[in-house]
Design a protein around this ligand. Structure first.
Ligand code: TRP
Ligand code: ZN
Length: 893
């Protein structure tokens, strides 16, 4: 380990900074291996600090200090102390200028934090703590400063020089160099700093804000990608308009820029006025990008743009408050996507992700509250819990106080905290004040980890027409607290009651009906006690309860629905989300039958409940349904989800059972699948409207089923689609089918398709990544060997995070049957990759670890093998904080 024992940082230790930085003046002279950064900081003691004579302690890592001066006087070595992470200046006054000059090596920076080179360009990534690799600074989000940045670089090689804010001036210098000066009038923490230099082209557009100001919009890319910027630009303009209309938020600078870079640890970064994007999160055109890719670009462009208010204008006091900006911004981007496309489809996709991956995280060794109480390495806390569960918490506030109060609360929050660093309490307080509702108990959602479980008991009395619904909550133990220690959550339960002919009127006993409520078949109950009974009156028949409509709270619902009840909800409930949810529950039950049979008797022609076939048939034949919903309802739950809901996951049983049920549905419904496929064939112009995407989704779902039929010709349809596709969605769907086909003669078809695809797309990195993903996901035997071979492919490199995720990540997370092979070779392979990446890019290495941390889900044999792979990693002497934290926590009993 670099430091003997990495230190844990605690929220309870938070202290206001001893110093403030009013002005930050940076001067960069860019050279690949010896970039010089000169910084002038106008500093003063913080009146809110507890100390009046504290020494000045600055963050700084991996730099060579060339000079340090206070108020123009260069310090000698006895004036300061230097360690691997800090520069301490013993004596400073109350107000002074600090000058430092450092040399850094962007060329050698493979961590992709701080200043680094991506292909031919320089770029930065400062969140969370990357700025300290650029210059000595108070690298904490509660120190806000006004930045001026000068960049000097070779003019030929780096014609474009960008930083935050507005361009001030630029000009030529001697030796073929040139310079540019940027000034950002908005005070900001260092994590929002950005710099870019390179040979870049740009697409430009204009946006007129609600108050009539013109904003220049630019997307910078390498010349070869100029044909992939339109969708992002269009998404940006929609986001700007939406934030004005829905949140009253106007953009504040005269220019907004996005830069696409190939080597990037995450999706994108919201640096003030200069967002930096992973190419995979911004580039899109129909030829190279799938529908899912288009929607991802739209969502991420919106997400980063929305951060301009929720994150930048109002930022976080400390990193424990990360969900303040991320949870809120994910909620904002989800609502934006829902408004732009299909609301129900978006909700189903988000809930699937949450229930499959966030629930698993919350039940595993890395489980933490949405506001974690401590961390070793903050990069490890950019998690599904902070982002997605954080967004669910904001959604619950929205549900509890209503849209109008929520908007007033949001206005109050932005107004009150504009230009400052806030906490989660500040956000909640604004919502409380605006709504007049206490959210005191509600804030436990931020402090208690784990997914609450809701048990339901119901009882109907024919004579009185009363229906008693008892909801009880509990929450499993997590590392920070045992189940017994946890206090009850405040849970909004959006619900309805379903009768034979449809939804029933809801009247709670003792409540006078509200004449103004239009829809008396839907309401939100508030569960605040450990157990609560709700009594409904005037019910003519025993109803089926439909609970957590729209997934109104991130909980596990435990209710033993009969299969008939699920079919009823699937076909008749008014809430699209609940209809989908019921279809999944029914599928889980039916797949469960086959899993049981497999465990008992091994492979075989086990029976599949005909109820599922008939329910699917009804959905397929219902042309009044949105085809996107039909597709979602007919896609069986993933192996990852089936694993997550199992107590102990039986890898082979899950794989066999899901495939077996899919095959059975393919055969039983072959005419219907074919009809759906033909119905959704599109002629005319390609478009990415929700309607067009929906048709492709259903068509390709049908294709997937049709290609499972055992006869040799059943893959001809996919072959034909692959050959004739005019867009990447259809092409990729067909390729995925061919790659997984096991009919007679499929091997040569697959090899040919893969070769042909690569030949055509080898110059499009993002398409090649998709080519890695499909192959990594191929469930036929020999998966590990195929992945190992692909790692030798000319297009693969461990230095590019997208490639790592596309090949290694896709294999370990999405190909259970091969990754979890019984001899543990998959685990050893992953451990090897993590050990290599640990030295190259700790944050990517640490994220890649996730599948190994889930060892508790598996049988004792596999548990042993997974743990021994983790133990081998832990023995590495030079382990990064990132990897150390995850491995050590996941091995704790
Ligand atoms: N703030 C970024 C977002 O929400 C997340 C991010 C991008 C990030 N790059 C990072 C976080 C690198 C940590 C490290 O979109
Ligand atoms: Zn974000």
């Amino acid at each position: 380990m670099k430091d003997a024992q990495p230190k844990t940082i605690y929220l309870k230790d938070y202290k206001a900074p001893d110093f403030l930085i009013d002005q930050t003046d940076l001067h960069f002279t860019l050279e690949a291996s010896a970039t010089v950064v000169e910084s002038r900081l106008q500093m003063r003691r913080n009146p809110d600090s507890a100390s009046t004579d504290a020494p000045l302690v600055l963050h700084g890592q991996e730099m060579r200090l060339l000079e340090v001066a206070v108020d123009g006087t260069t310090l000698t070595e006895d004036g300061y102390a230097l360690s691997s992470e800090q520069l301490t200046i013993h004596k400073v006054g109350d107000r002074f200028e600090l000058m430092t000059r450092v040399e850094i090596d962007p060329q050698a920076n493979t961590s992709l934090e701080g200043l680094y080179k991506s292909r031919t360009m320089y770029c930065t990534q400062c969140e969370a703590e990357g700025f300290r690799k650029i210059t000595y600074y108070l690298d904490r989000p509660d120190v806000l400063s006004e930045f001026t940045t000068t960049i000097v670089a070779d003019k030929q090689e780096f014609p474009v020089l960008l930083s935050n804010g507005n361009p001030v001036r630029c000009g030529d210098m001697e030796d073929g160099k040139h310079f540019a000066v940027w000034h950002d009038p908005f005070r900001k923490p260092a994590y929002l700093f950005a710099l870019v230099a390179g040979t870049l082209e740009c697409v430009e557009d204009q946006f007129t804000t609600c108050s009539g100001r013109d904003v220049t919009l630019r997307i910078f890319v390498e010349a070869k990608d100029l044909d992939k910027c339109d969708h992002a630009m269009c998404s940006l303009k929609k986001s700007m308009r939406w934030d004005e209309e829905v949140y009253g938020r106007e953009y504040d600078l005269d220019i907004f820029m996005i830069v696409a870079v190939d080597d990037f640890n995450m999706g994108a970064m919201e640096n003030k006025g200069l967002n930096i994007f992973n190419t995979s999160a911004v580039l899109a055109n129909p030829k190279t990008t799938t529908d899912a890719g288009f929607q991802r670009v739209e969502a991420i462009v919106a997400h980063e743009y929305f951060h301009n208010w929720s994150g930048n204008r109002v930022t976080c006091r400390d990193w424990f408050q990360l969900s303040l900006k991320e949870g809120f911004t994910v909620f904002r981007d989800a609502e934006f996507s829902a408004d732009m496309n299909s609301r129900t489809v978006k909700r189903v996709e988000d809930v699937s992700l949450l229930r499959t991956l966030q629930f698993a995280e919350d039940a595993g060794p890395m489980s933490h509250p949405v506001r974690p109480p401590s961390f070793i390495e903050i990069s490890n806390f950019y998690t599904l819990t902070v982002y997605e569960k954080g967004a669910e918490i904001v959604r619950m506030i929205h549900t509890l106080i209503g849209a109008e109060a929520f908007r007033r609360g949001s206005d109050l929050y932005f107004e009150r905290h504009d230009g400052s660093a806030a906490t989660i309490e500040d956000f909640v307080t604004a919502m409380e004040e605006a709504s007049g509702t206490s959210l005191d108990q509600f804030t436990r959602w931020y402090r208690q980890a784990g997914t609450p479980e809701i048990a339901v008991a119901d009882e109907y009395d024919q004579n009185s027409g009363e229906y008693r619904l008892t909801l009880s909550q509990s929450c499993p133990s997590t590392p920070e607290a045992s189940s017994e220690e946890k206090l009850p959550f405040h849970i909004p339960v959006a619900m309805g009651l379903l009768g034979d002919a449809g939804n029933l009127a809801l009247k709670l006993k003792g409540e006078t009906p509200d004449a103004e409520t239009e829809d008396n078949t839907h309401r939100v109950l508030e569960l605040t006690e450990v157990s609560q009974t709700f009594v409904f009156e005037n019910l003519p028949e025993k109803p089926t309860p439909v609970l957590f409509r729209g997934f109104s709270a991130p909980v596990r619902l435990q209710f033993d629905y009969s299969r008939q009840q699920l079919v009823a909800i699937m076909s008749r409930d008014s809430d699209g989300f609940s209809r989908w949810d019921a279809s999944q529950k029914l599928a889980v039950a039916v797949i469960g039958d086959v899993q049981g049979a497999y465990i008992e008797k091994g492979e075989g022609d086990h029976p599949v409940d005909a109820l599922l076939v008939e329910a699917f048939r009804a959905v397929l034949n219902d042309e009044s349904l949105d085809p996107a919903m039909v597709a979602l309802m007919l896609q069986l739950p993933t192996e990852a989800y089936l694993t997550e809901i199992a107590e102990t996951a039986h890898v082979e049983a899950i794989h066999f059972a899901r495939k077996h049920v899919r095959r059975y549905l393919a055969e039983q419904l072959r005419e219907e699948w074919r009809a759906a496929y033909d119905r959704c064939l599109q002629e005319g112009e390609f478009s990415v409207t929700a309607a067009a995407i929906a048709e492709r989704s259903l068509k390709n779902t049908a294709l997937g089923y049709l290609s499972l039929l055992s006869e040799k010709q059943s893959i001809d349809l996919a072959r034909q689609q692959f050959a004739q596709a005019t867009n990447m969605t259809d092409e990729m769907a067909a390729l995925a089918v061919l790659v997984n086909a096991d009919q007679e003669g499929a091997d040569s078809v697959r090899d040919e398709a893969l070769k042909d695809f690569y030949t055509r797309w080898q110059h499009e990195a993002l398409v090649v990544n998709q080519w890695f993903v499909v192959q990594a996901g191929c469930h036929l035997p020999g998966g590990l060997e195929r992945v190992q071979q692909l790692m030798q492919h000319e297009a693969f490199t461990l230095k590019n995070p997208n490639k790592v995720r596309s090949l290694i990540g896709a294999f370990c997370n999405g190909n259970a049957i091969n990754f979890h092979r019984p001899d543990g070779a998959g685990y050893e392979f992953l451990a090897d990759q993590i050990l290599t990446l640990n030295g190259l890019n700790p944050s990517v290495a640490s994220r890649l670890l996730t599948p190994l941390t889930k060892w508790r889900k598996y049988d004792p044999q596999r548990q042993g093998l997974m743990k021994s792979a983790l133990q081998r990693i832990l023995k590495e002497p030079e382990l990064s904080k990132d990897v150390f934290e995850v491995v050590s926590k996941s091995l704790k009993e």
